[in-house]
Design a protein around this ligand. Structure first.
Ligand SMILES: C[S@@+](CC[C@H](N)C(=O)[O-])C[C@H]1O[C@@H](n2cnc3c(N)ncnc32)[C@H](O)[C@@H]1O
Length: 332
């Protein structure tokens, strides 16, 4: 059994991102306790879980219990799969219903009694304890360092435009499409979504109506070491003309919201409707589209009108004057 700790900012989207990765890697979410997901999956799922954007970490679940006494008793009865030294680290979630103040010390003593040495400053292994409605203890296998995503935020890129999604959200959009090999972003902008897709090994295709954006996206992709890309100057509402033979496995995109000159003179809602139809036409059957729309546009209804089946939607309030929905659609 594995666990995944998801981030609290977009929990529904984070959970579905894990679900999508498990559908690719084999496995399923069996339980959720606030931000803690209990996951039934084997090692084959690791390369897909390694792609996650909206997760804090994942690991191997070792014991779970309804009380501290039970947790400690179970902990005495298992062989802890620890390499080198260890440290117990407790995550007290907002729904924690147990007094865990003394738990790291007590659990540390149980594990120490099995012959493992504690190292609080530089442990080789982190034993994670989660307190929610129940209690869980496991071994951290992968921590998603926020610094890694932060280093790709818009202002760190050589080509800067203040219009990009947070890299973690871009990564999640890519994952929600369940792309295995390739992805298209027809409103590529500075290339933020394609950077995240390229870094997990997908071939990336991008389109933008502005030549300087295509050039900028290329600069950014190359800066982050992504070489398997194809970028075109063109119109997202006429994708079939740009790619006459090609049908894409997946599309993830963040169209302009109409707050600046990025609409290139079009009426916003009409641009969205035409782009939805255009994307539908170049997507493979069963392929997925992940897309953001401002909240005053009924993306779900318009996606259905274009022929898509909605498979997920997630709300995000960005600031006072911008709230949006992320949608995931499937071509049926
Ligand atoms: C919000 S930005 C995309 C941001 C991008 N997802 C990122 O993370 O960097 C929208 C982009 O759509 C482009 N655009 C506007 N109308 C377009 C159209 N009809 N076809 C293609 N691109 C268009 C704009 O030039 C702009 O670069």
């Amino acid at each position: 059994m594995l666990y995944v700790e998801i981030l609290g900012s977009l929990p529904g989207m984070a959970r579905d991102e894990v679900k999508a990765m498990l559908e690719l890697g084999g496995g399923k979410i069996v339980d959720q306790d606030y931000l803690f997901l209990r996951v039934d999956a084997g090692e084959d799922a690791f390369p897909f879980l390694d792609r996650l954007g909206l997760a804090h970490e994942y690991g191997k679940l070792v014991v779970e219990a309804d009380s501290i006494g039970e947790l400690l008793e179970k902990a005495r009865g298992v062989e802890w799969p620890i390499k080198g030294t260890f440290k117990v680290d407790t995550e007290t979630m907002a729904n924690c219903g147990h007094d865990v103040l003394d738990l790291p010390r007590k659990l540390g003593a149980v594990i120490h009694a099995q012959g493992f040495r504690v190292n609080l400053s530089k442990p080789d292994t982190i034993v994670r304890v989660y307190c929610g409605e129940r209690l869980y203890a496991g071994i951290r296998l992968r921590f998603f360092d926020p610094k890694d995503f932060e280093s790709r935020k818009a202002h760190h890129r050589p080509f800067f435009r203040p219009i990009s999604l947070h890299p973690r959200i871009s990564r999640a959009l890519v994952n929600l499409t369940k792309a295995r090999n390739e992805i298209l972003d027809p409103f590529v902008g500075a290339g933020g979504i394609l950077m995240e897709a390229g870094l997990i090994g997908l071939k990336v295709y991008g389109v933008d109506i502005k030549p300087e954006m295509v050039e900028g996206a290329e600069t950014n992709l190359r800066h982050y070491g992504i070489e398997n890309y194809e970028l075109k100057i063109g119109d997202a509402t006429r994708l079939k003309e740009l790619f006459p033979e090609k049908r894409f496995e997946a599309i993830a995109t963040d169209p302009p919201y109409g707050t600046s000159a990025t609409l290139a003179g079009r009426r916003r809602d009409e641009l969205y409707r035409k782009a939805l139809r255009s994307m539908y036409n170049v997507l493979k059957d069963g392929g997925r589209l992940a897309i953001a729309f401002p909240a005053d546009f009924d993306g779900e209804a318009e996606g259905q009108k274009a022929g898509f089946r909605p498979v997920g939607k997630y709300y995000q309030r960005v600031h006072k004057s911008l709230d949006r929905w992320f949608y995931v659609f499937e071509k049926v």
